[in-house]
Design a protein around this ligand. Structure first.
Ligand code: SAM
Ligand code: SF4
Length: 326
């Protein structure tokens, strides 16, 4: 079965958030203060998350990415991942993490059946890293990268949000990691998720990022993978890893969008920046598989053609990324 939206896009990818809590406080993702984590009753149980995953896969979802908040801070996450990994028909299970807990958890994640890890890492400089994450420890994340490979994972993909005046001097250092360590690097444009005056000052377009890399290295466009969605990918000759850009703000990425999202409180979203959510709770409590399948199909069929954020006039989204899962 295939899920095709009303604009002809095949939807094969679900981003599933399992918590809105996090052990870091990246300034572009969470406000400094005033975050009230959802109570236990508001957050979906693992049974409910599993029901959503199974129903989505039956409808045509082939890839599930587990995200958060920080997914590794949720208790018993390994057991849950092991149950998702064996859903019949699921082709690909991935997880996005800030990497802090990987030194102790990478082995168990691998054994549970997670196939691929994305690690968010915006600076290779300890001070800049600590300032972006409001106190995060770079050494631990780098140890997490190593632990992932020692556990058997392919070199993790690095998600790197590039912000002018914050970490843009490190673009080439990250690009170089695709050569020296074999990591694939995903450069993500800064998105206005947290209220911040004059947020446009941080914006660097994906094109500028590519230009800066191309001034140093030849960049060869590479084939788009089945699940890569809006990313445009390139490689430096001789590199094991690729270089991708996600032009969420500047660019025309909506036509390639292949995903839907479900938050840890059961809010389904057809578009990251859409204000409208669909509350799945009525089909989860009590569980109603047929009803849930119909609602998920509805989210796909009403998926907007494109988002309307741009650098002009937009202030910020009405949710934080930690609530939606990026
Ligand atoms: N805690 C995990 C992590 O950091 O990888 C998973 C959740 S995090 C919300 C998922 C992704 O969203 C991260 O790669 C993060 O960099 C990205 N993200 C969060 N806020 C963003 C923003 N304002 N603009 C661009 N990307 C953002
Ligand atoms: Fe936490 Fe990830 Fe958001 Fe950073 S980007 S605050 S690590 S959820």
């Amino acid at each position: 079965m295939k899920l095709i939206d009303s604009h002809g896009r095949t939807i094969n990818y679900l981003r599933l958030s399992v918590t809105d809590r996090c052990n870091m406080r990246c300034f572009y993702c969470m406000p400094k203060e005033g975050i009230v984590s959802k109570g236990h009753d508001a957050v979906l149980t693992y049974e409910e998350l599993l029901l959503i995953s199974e129903t989505a896969v039956k409808l045509g979802i082939e890839k599930i990415r587990i995200t958060g908040g920080e997914p590794l801070v949720r208790a018993n996450i390994i057991n849950f991942l092991g149950r998702v990994a064996v859903i019949p028909g699921l082709q690909h299970l991935a997880l996005t993490t800030n990497g802090l807990l990987l030194p102790e958890m990478a082995d168990d994640l691998y054994k549970a059946g997670v196939q691929r890890l994305n690690i968010s890492l915006d600076s290779l400089n300890a001070e800049t890293f600590s300032s972006i994450t409001r106190g995060g420890n770079l050494k631990k994340v780098l140890a997490g990268l190593d632990a992932a490979e020692q556990a058997g994972f392919p070199p993790p993909k690095i998600n790197c949000v590039i912000m002018r005046g914050v970490n843009d001097t490190e673009i080439l250092d990250f690009a170089e990691m695709s050569l020296s360590r074999g990591n694939s690097i995903r450069f993500i444009e800064y998105m206005p998720a947290v209220k911040e005056d004059n947020w446009q000052r941080y914006c660097i377009s994906g094109e500028e990022i590519l230009d800066r890399i191309a001034a140093r290295y030849p960049l060869i466009p590479i084939d788009r993978g089945t699940y890569c969605g809006p990313s445009r990918d390139f490689s430096i000759p001789g590199a094991r890893g690729s270089i991708g850009i996600i032009t969420a703000v500047s660019g025309h990425f909506c036509s390639e969008c292949n995903r839907i999202r479900v938050t840890s409180t059961g809010q389904a979203k057809g578009c990251l920046f859409a204000d409208a959510n669909t509350d799945l709770i009525p089909w989860l409590r009590p569980p109603n598989r047929e009803g849930l399948a119909e609602v998920l199909k509805g989210i796909v069929s009403t998926k907007p053609e494109r988002h309307d954020i741009s650098q002009d006039g937009y202030t910020h989204s009405n949710f934080t990324m930690s609530q939606v899962g990026g």
